[in-house]
Ligand binder design. Structure first.
Ligand SMILES: NC(=O)c1ccc[n+]([C@@H]2O[C@H](COP(=O)([O-])OP(=O)(O)OC[C@H]3O[C@@H](n4cnc5c(N)ncnc54)[C@H](O)[C@@H]3O)[C@@H](O)[C@H]2O)c1
Length: 446
């Protein structure tokens, strides 16, 4: 999530103090200084030490009582950097099974490319480890039931890594919607626009990338066997064999946020279109995608990702109700309450003067002019997260709380499947060039 820059944050905080509809969100109470007994000490391992894996681990080890002891990755440079980051005594290997065989590891973070999520999660739970698995939970629809069944049979904790589910900003939006602040929800529109090479997944390939430094067969796993390809190794999102395009990478976050805020299980129908408009570099996934979804709760969702946005980069969700809107942008949520008119109004000016008078007399009898008492309805209110707020930290905090208490996580495998399953409907619809159906209760394609 993009954070507010310092200037805009101070501006927001300052106006809040002046009391004009801007408020600072309270940091979750769980973050206040906590003491953890030695028995609560949790030892973790990282499987997949790339960009997100290293970021996740930095957050995870900030949670009191959590220690990283092992790292598995397929590129030697990332194993070496893991020792630079977390100490030379951290055990490193190319083969995650060596990590899972260790008795001193309680939980693992899985941050491999998507096509490894299911196998790594299932293997980890079967080895007795609790799992924090990055989004999207699935690469194939068949991954979902297998992960859920393994979580149930092994009684392991598994949390999926859509950190927005633990965000105080999203919690506020959820509370506002539930309180009826915008009346009846009828539409959610969300977008994620980018306009840069890195935004379009052109991540840097290290200068020493080779079959010697990269464990290519292990990286491929169940993907089609092709000769070593450094681009595919380091920029895997651009190929369907390892990722799921913008749907699996970004729509899934928008689904997690929408489902969390609306308490919905997921859409029933989807249609999507898009194409590869600009980044024609050999990738086989679109860089522009628009998709529409029906929800049984009586609202529609429209999603857009545009990697060729000609200017600004932004991410946001807008919830539109019968009496206003709730908008999430960066680390803030804004509610704009627009109470519905109490009377329908009239369009009589084209009628004869006699008809206008007759109509208005009757109208005023039915809708007498109201003399409002009390203050006018509240208009715009904005809630801003404190400076430096990290939903990723909160998501790990919640995960480790569940690891300790064995209580349910905030984002379990069913939630993860419902978010990723819904997101992947977009690819399916685009591929088949038709509307596709999904049963969100049963989590099955219909
Ligand atoms: N929650 C978020 O906001 C967020 C943000 C970025 C990425 N992600 C997710 O995190 C995951 C990783 O993305 P990334 O950007 O860090 O990718 P990355 O390419 O930077 O890192 C992936 C790492 O996994 C390693 N790997 C591949 N196969 C492996 C295997 N079998 N065993 C061990 N390691 C293996 C690779 O060598 C690589 O270093 C993806 O699923 C992505 O969707 C989530």
């Amino acid at each position: 999530m993009t954070s507010l820059n310092r200037r805009s944050f101070l501006k927001a905080a300052g106006v809040a103090a002046a009391g004009s509809g801007l408020h600072m969100l309270a940091q979750a109470p769980q973050q206040a200084g906590q003491t953890v007994s030695p028995n609560d000490h949790i030892q973790i391992a990282l499987i997949g030490a790339g960009g997100q894996g290293q970021g996740d681990t930095k957050n995870a080890v900030q949670v009191p009582g959590v220690k990283l002891v092992a790292v598995a990755d397929c590129y030697d440079g990332r194993l070496a950097h893991s020792k630079e980051l977390w100490g030379s005594d951290v055990f490193t290997t190319r083969d995650y099974r060596e990590v899972l065989a260790r008795k001193d590891i309680d939980a693992v973070i899985i941050a491999t490319p998507d096509h490894w999520h299911k196998q790594a999660a299932v293997d980890s739970m079967k080895a007795g480890k609790d799992v924090y698995c990055e989004k999207p939970m699935i690469h194939l629809y068949s991954d979902g039931p297998e992960i859920i069944a393994t979580a149930n049979s092994t009684k392991r904790i598994i949390q999926i890594g859509s950190q927005r589910v633990s965000s105080i900003v999203y919690a506020k939006a959820k509370e506002l919607l539930a309180s009826g602040a915008i009346g009846k929800l009828n539409m959610v529109s969300a977008h994620w626009d980018r306009n840069s090479a890195i935004g379009a997944w052109d991540y840097t390939v290290p200068l020493d990338a080779s079959p010697e430094t990269c464990d290519w067969p292990r990286f491929l796993g169940t993907a089609p066997k092709i000769p070593f390809n450094a681009e595919q190794f380091f920029q895997w999102r651009k190929w369907k064999a390892y990722g799921s395009g913008v749907a699996g990478d970004l729509f899934v976050h928008l689904f997690s946020g929408t489902h969390f805020i609306t308490n919905s299980l997921g859409p029933t129908r989807a249609m999507a279109t898009g194409g590869l408009r600009f980044w024609k570099d050999g990738r086989n996934v679109p860089d522009v995608m628009v998709a529409l979804f029906d929800y049984e709760e009586g609202f529609n969702l429209s999603l857009r990702v545009n990697f060729v946005n000609g200017g600004s980069e932004s991410e946001g969700l807008l919830f539109t109700g019968s009496e206003g809107t709730i908008e999430i942008a960066g680390n803030s949520v804004t509610v704009n309450r627009v109470p519905r008119e109490k009377e329908p109004g009239y369009t009589v000016s084209t009628f004869t003067e006699a008809m206008q008078k007759r109509y208005l007399d009757q109208y005023r009898e039915k809708y007498p002019i109201e003399h409002p008492v009390g203050p006018p309805p509240v208009g715009v209110e904005r809630y801003v997260a404190p400076k430096g707020y990290s939903d990723s930290y909160d998501h790990f905090h919640n995960f480790f709380n569940s690891v300790r208490s064995r209580k349910p996580v905030v984002e379990d495998a069913e939630f993860g499947f419902r978010a990723a399953g819904a997101a992947l409907l977009s690819n399916l619809s685009m591929e088949k060039e038709k509307i596709v159906q999904w049963n969100p209760q049963a989590m099955k394609l219909a």
